[in-house]
Design a protein. Structure first.
Length: 93
């Protein structure tokens, strides 16, 4: 997925905030939930998302979504991860 196309799509879908983030090799963000819907594009490396008893590894060029309130953990791959994250806050929250 092209970064520009991804960012344009975020805006069209109501994601008002976009952040460019990095995770160090094998860095772990333990189980947590966000108050916003998240849509991510992995730019470099890989990251594994564990949620609802399963896990999936996303690599550069792949996109995933995480709805607000869903508990999950994040683990960067051996080379770390860089990703764009769109955040969409739900009205009334």
């Amino acid at each position: 997925m092209d970064r520009t196309i991804f960012e344009n799509g975020l805006r069209e879908q109501g994601y008002g905030e976009v952040v460019d983030r990095r995770m160090q090799p094998r860095e772990v963000n333990p189980a947590h939930a966000h108050e916003f819907d998240a849509r991510l594009l992995v730019l470099e490396g890989a990251m594994t998302i564990a949620a609802e008893g399963g896990e999936h590894t996303y690599r550069a060029g792949e996109i995933f979504e995480m709805p607000a309130g869903r508990r999950h953990s994040e683990t960067a791959g051996a080379d770390g991860a860089r990703y764009l994250a769109g955040r969409r806050y739900r009205s009334g929250s």
